[in-house]
Design a protein. Structure first.
Length: 94
């Protein structure tokens, strides 16, 4: 079983970029990295998680079921962090 601390937050953000941009090359452009750097981070994430997160096809890369679970969890965390930051900013202005 994978512990939360075993997975790099940076690599999760790379996975989110691949998911949102629609592929490795588009994520590389978005993050100002090379496609090989994106692929390396995804491979390391897969090693950390112990599961494949992308299916690589000639047409590009798509999230596996496990990749979708990780991406959806990361999106929820990201959303909660935004809500908390907004609340902190409102409290600071009061």
């Amino acid at each position: 079983m994978v512990g939360v601390m075993d997975i790099s937050a940076h690599r999760i953000s790379v996975l989110l970029a691949v998911h949102r941009a629609g592929g490795v090359v588009a994520a590389a452009d978005l993050l100002h990295l090379s496609p090989s750097a994106i692929s390396q981070q995804i491979r390391l994430l897969e090693k950390e998680a112990g599961v494949r997160v992308l299916d690589r096809t000639p047409a590009g890369a798509v999230l596996t079921d496990s990749g979708r679970v990780l991406a959806e969890a990361a999106e929820r965390i990201e959303s909660e962090a935004r809500v908390n930051a907004d609340q902190i900013n409102r409290d600071a202005q009061s």
